[in-house]
Design a protein around this ligand. Structure first.
Ligand code: HEM
Length: 507
């Protein structure tokens, strides 16, 4: 038989295989879509193959803005919890703050793990506190918590403050030019420098185009490529299959880069007896002191956690700074009020920005709190059920492996929790008003034993950056910024669709 003779037969086989594959997938999805009905839970109607997603959300490492629509629909129907699907994966969305409190705090033992794809067997260097499960996580959390204590923040304050100098030089040059500034790009250079400095004791030189390796790596990671997207989708549809196929979320270029930087840095410190007041030193001490223990803090643990501090640390804080500056630029009176506070407090402290003076800036903290309400960088907190759990006051029992999602953006914009929710109003968080806010309707750092370990550090670096900018420059929105602001769907960290440009004028 000639090649041409085989061709129609081959085509037939391929078509039959594809049709069978499609049918199997369809049957599998259709059965998965009966999950919440079988559980007796209220649910939102899913569609093949995305479930309740309205876009692939393939860039995302978790759930995105689609949860705002799920929340609204469920709330209108009076549900406290609602079943949805992410592809074929059943996801329970929590609506009621009391239920959220039970999951995150009171009944935490049923929800110790985070819903986040990882692959311990094929990717041991990316096993970190962020993805670790149950007992392993408890031990890591206990070991790493001292790294972020108030005492350590005080020591790191100076290091962070020093990193603002190159950012201020860039603001200075923008203030003398007619070009508007892509604000996210500039503040992300600052937070990248900060995290590289405190995590590695290195000057990342993000403001210098010839040295900006850390910035390039960070940017490349959040841009994410087709391979990572495919891994994420398959990881969502079936974790076991994705793990079996050796899929991983953190690309090799990033793991290799950090492994090299850490090994070189650790070697230099040990050989030269150098000690520094940074995060790298605290982790190095942990690594050295646990050698020989039954369950040591290994080199892989070291690399994995530094990577996670880098990734979790620079983009969340720069996103916070970006939206705070955007809102202050749109609200010049609030900007002026913040600046007056900064000037008054600094004057009281002899003109120096210190840990103590920053603690006194209560209005600035209100501005940041309000920014995090409207623009929580991490849009949803997600957990895995690890032990069967019956939601109080219902007959709904979820078993091990079910994903639970807490929609931070939707809660922050719910008029029942925040009157006139679209209005940027830092006074919601004044000492007189903040007690009227339901604690579990405001959780930009998560809550309970598995909340954000870097909360203090994140608040500190965002505050220092904002103080330095506002005390010297007046910020206005550039005509290059497309208004009104639209947020991107299908991404994990909150991003605007179009870049936000501002102008800086020296005061
Ligand atoms: C404004 C800045 C930040 C925001 C809004 C933020 C937000 C969050 C949120 C929502 C979570 C999930 C909490 C939960 O599941 O209950 C989280 C976890 C985490 N964050 Fe942050 N974060 C910020 C800054 C940082 C920084 C600066 C670091 C480290 C240097 C960091 C490291 C982590 C880690 C390691 C976890 C996982 C903790 C665990 O599983 O035990 N974050 N963050």
């Amino acid at each position: 038989m000639t090649v041409l003779g085989i061709f129609p037969q081959l085509l037939l086989y391929i078509s039959a295989t594809l049709v069978s594959l499609f049918l199997c997938t369809y049957v599998y999805f259709s059965y998965s879509f009966t999950y919440w009905k079988r559980k007796g839970a209220p649910y939102l109607k899913p569609k093949f193959p995305l479930g309740n997603n309205d876009c692939f959300g393939a860039e995302s490492l978790s759930y995105g803005l689609e949860t705002v629509d799920w929340y609204k629909e469920a709330k209108e129907k009076g549900h406290k919890i609602v079943g949805t699907w992410n592809y074929s994966n059943p996801v329970l969305l929590l609506i009621d703050p009391e239920v959220i409190k039970n999951v995150l705090v009171k009944d935490f033992n049923h929800f110790t793990d985070r819903d986040f794809f990882h692959n311990p067997k094929h990717d041991p260097k990316n096993e970190s506190i962020f993805v670790a499960e149950n007992e392993e996580w408890r031990q890591l959390r206990q070991r790493l918590s001292p790294v972020f204590s108030t005492a350590k923040m005080r020591v790191m304050f100076e290091l962070v403050n020093k990193c603002a100098a190159p950012m201020m030089q860039l603001f200075e040059s923008y203030s003398q030019s007619v070009d508007p500034m892509d604000i996210k790009d500039v503040v992300a250079m600052f937070t990248t420098d900060v995290i590289s400095c405190v995590a590695f004791g290195l000057d990342a030189g993000s403001f210098n185009p010839h040295e900006a390796k850390f910035r390039l790596i960070g940017r490349k990671f959040f841009e994410s490529n087709l391979k990572t997207k495919m891994h994420l989708i398959i990881g969502r549809i079936n974790v076991k299959v994705a793990q079996f196929l050796g899929m991983r979320v953190i690309p090799d270029f990033l793991t290799n880069f950090f492994t090299e930087v850490i090994a070189e840095n650790a070697r230099f410190r040990q050989e030269n007896n150098v000690r520094k007041a940074d995060l790298m030193q605290l982790l190095l001490d942990l690594y050295e002191s646990s050698k020989g223990q039954d369950d040591p803090f290994t080199f892989d643990n070291f690399v994995g956690n530094v990577i996670v501090f880098f990734l979790a640390g620079f983009d969340t804080s720069s996103t916070t700074m970006q939206y705070a500056l955007y809102e202050l630029a749109r609200n010049p009176d609030l900007q002026e009020k913040t600046r007056v506070e900064i000037e008054t407090v600094l004057k009281k402290h002899g003109g120096h920005l210190t840990y103590e003076s920053f603690q006194d800036m209560t209005y600035l903290r209100q501005v940041i709190d309000e920014t995090l309400r409207l623009y929580p960088p991490v849009q949803n907190v997600a957990r895995f059920c690890v032990k069967p759990y019956t939601f109080k006051g219902t007959n709904v029992t979820v078993e091990k492996g079910v994903s639970i999602v807490i929609p931070l953006v939707a809660l922050g914009r719910d008029p029942d929790h925040y009157p006139d929710p679209e209005r940027f109003d830092p006074d919601r968080f004044s000492s007189q008003n903040k007690d009227s806010i339901n604690k579990f309707a405001y959780i930009p750092f998560g809550e309970g034993p598995r909340n954000c370990i870097g909360k203090r550090f994140g608040l500190m670096q965002a505050s220092i950056g904002l103080i330095e900018i506002l005390k010297t420059f007046k910020i206005t929105i550039s005509s290059k910024t497309k208004m009104p602001l639209k947020l991107k769907r299908g991404v994990f960290l909150m991003q605007p669709v179009d870049k936000l440009y501002v102008n800086a004028t020296k005061i």
